[in-house]
Design a protein around this ligand. Structure first.
Ligand code: ADP
Ligand code: MG
Length: 245
């Protein structure tokens, strides 16, 4: 067995009187798509922010590829091979779509021509070539999401963290995004994806973990996890009645 690509051990974060994440532990295998599920307010984004270096955990440790990244700032976590998208996508304004993708690659190299080649590759991959020279501010919400994804990929990550990438997307757009994520994985990038929409996670994830009230509630195969009564109850509330008995 090879070492996990990401190892999260006992991380926690408190905001005032609220324990947003409590003693969260999980691992991510190389090449896996892991879905992080949980109702609103479960602590998913807070967990992401700790992993990506945007929030310092109060407790616990995080390793990427065997390297302790717990106390590294975001740009060093990124240099170590982790890229993330935000729940709300905001491209660099006043820049073209292409320029947005060039800038991301500059963390990896000082060779601008190389960054431009990488950007063109990504434009093609994301089906954005026809919008390359357009000001990123004028793109539709879904196009902006793809730029955001492209910007993350332009840093050439080994691990990609995605936060609610199909929020507000049409069913066709969601499908397109799912296909893109599968292709990204097939190119060797490991993926951790937060998603509120169960259907998306089910079709995409090799394994899912579920958070509720800051804690890990389930870890397993998608089909098994979504049948667990405690998971259904967390999602649908006390109205959920187990009829399988
Ligand atoms: N910066 C913050 N300050 C105070 N409370 C926060 C902050 N960020 C998140 N929270 C709270 O922590 C809890 C978990 O939030 P979040 O991680 O965003 O959940 P999720 O992404 O699962 O919806 C929520 O109750 C939220 O209001
Ligand atoms: Mg969130």
């Amino acid at each position: 067995m090879s070492e996990p690509l990401l190892k999260v051990q006992g991380i926690g974060k408190r905001f005032g009187g609220l324990q947003a994440v409590n003693n969260l532990s999980f691992e991510l295998k190389r090449g896996e798509i892991l879905g992080l599920l949980g109702p609103n307010g479960a602590g998913k984004t807070t967990a992401f922010n700790m992993i990506a270096g945007y929030l310092m955990p109060d407790t616990g440790k995080i390793w990427l590829d065997g390297k302790d990244i717990t106390r590294l700032p975001p740009w060093e976590v990124c240099r170590a091979g982790l890229a993330r998208t935000f729940q709300l996508s905001k491209p660099f304004s006043g820049m073209s779509t292409r320029e947005n993708l060039v800038v991301g690659n500059l963390v990896k190299t000082n060779d601008r021509a190389r960054s431009e080649r990488k950007a063109d590759e990504l434009l093609e991959f994301l089906d954005l070539t026809h919008l390359a020279e357009v000001d990123a501010d004028t793109l539709t919400a879904f196009e902006r999401r793809k730029v955001e994804l492209g910007r993350a990929l332009s840093t050439e990550p080994v691990l990609l963290l995605m936060d609610e990438v199909v929020a507000g997307a049409t069913p066709q757009e969601a499908l397109q995004m799912v296909e893109l994520i599968k292709k990204i994985r097939d190119q060797g990038v490991t993926v951790l994806i937060i998603e509120h929409v169960m259907k998306v996670i089910m079709g995409l994830s090799d394994r899912v973990i579920v958070m509720h009230l800051g804690e890990l509630m389930a870890d397993g195969m998608p089909a098994d996890v979504v049948r667990q009564p405690n998971v259904l109850k967390a999602y649908f509330g006390d109205d959920y009645v187990d009829t399988s008995a």
